[in-house]
Design a protein around this ligand. Structure first.
Ligand code: ATP
Ligand code: MG
Length: 263
């Protein structure tokens, strides 16, 4: 999917001193100490075209590692690149350069079809904008990743029902997604992301539309998935301090780089 775009105009427009690759020390790479990381991100760069035919560097040498069973919160002001980062980690968008490895899979070097397979098998994504299929029912939306993975209907529906109950929407299973509130849709999006028991969960503002109590419940569900059920690595982009406090580490995205957040 991704050619080597290391020498793009965007990188070349940067002053030389700004284009130095990150020094891969445990500190600047935010490496997890003493464990074998499941997600390893090295020197990730990503720019978008801007309105004046230039390029805006959004990610400027991101380094990160996350262990299985670990929850990491990524905070930062609106527009700093949190969604962009999650999209690149999940193979939804290509980076300009740098590498993303998940388990033994090199996301950043794989062909398009391999990345699609990897996403279905390994990644649960909660999109900031939910991206539900509004004409389908709640349970059909949640079951969809299992059906794409060729699991049988009864198994998929049983598991989807279980997840809907976990997010407090057991009674809404047959209602069309379009008839549900923003917060209910968000919980369906969380259930859909977790239904396959993914080993990597990328959750983009998973509590953005929720009241405090429901947000806490969704946070607890993500935490239990990471810590108890399948030992998933979980990265959560959030503005919610309470959700961040549930996480093992809180990082801040600022000026295209990740740093440990001071409390
Ligand atoms: N497809 C795109 N084309 C051009 N610019 C984009 C694109 N997607 C994002 N951007 C820009 O990249 C920057 C980072 O956007 P991103 O959505 O990653 O921020 P964010 O940290 O998730 O913000 P928020 O907290 O508001 O969700 C923004 O300046 C945004 O305008
Ligand atoms: Mg965002």
């Amino acid at each position: 999917m991704k050619g080597n775009k290391e020498e793009t105009g965007a990188r070349n427009q940067e002053p030389e001193e700004k284009r130095q690759p990150s020094i891969l020390t445990s500190d600047s790479c935010l490496l997890t100490s003493g464990v074998n990381p499941f997600l390893v991100v090295r020197d990730l760069w990503k720019a978008y075209p801007d309105a004046t035919n230039g390029r805006t560097e959004v990610l400027r040498g991101i380094c990160l590692s996350v262990a299985a069973g670990e929850l990491v919160a990524v905070m930062g002001a609106s527009g700093t690149g949190k969604s962009t980062l999650l999209h690149v980690l999940g193979g939804l968008e290509a980076a300009d350069s740098g590498s993303v490895r998940v388990g033994d899979f090199e996301v950043s070097r794989a062909a398009h079809a391999e990345v699609a397979h990897f996403r279905n098998e390994t990644v649960g994504f909660v999109f900031q904008s939910h991206r539900l299929l509004l004409d389908l029912s709640a349970i059909e939306n949640v079951a969809l990743p299992l059906l794409i993975a060729r699991r049988k209907w009864p198994e998929a529906l049983g598991r989807a029902e279980e997840l809907l109950r976990c997010v407090g929407l057991g009674a809404c299973a047959t209602r069309k997604a379009s008839q549900l509130s923003g917060g209910e849709q968000q919980r369906i999006a969380v259930a859909r992301a977790l239904v396959t028991r993914p080993r990597l969960v990328l959750a983009d503002e998973p509590t953005g539309n929720l009241d405090e109590q429901t947000a806490d419940e969704v946070g607890a569900l993500l935490a239990s998935l990471a810590r108890e059920q399948s030992g998933a690595a979980v990265v959560i982009a959030t503005h919610n301090e309470r959700l961040a406090r549930l996480c093992d580490r809180v990082l801040r995205l600022h000026d295209g780089r990740l740093q440990a957040k001071e409390s």
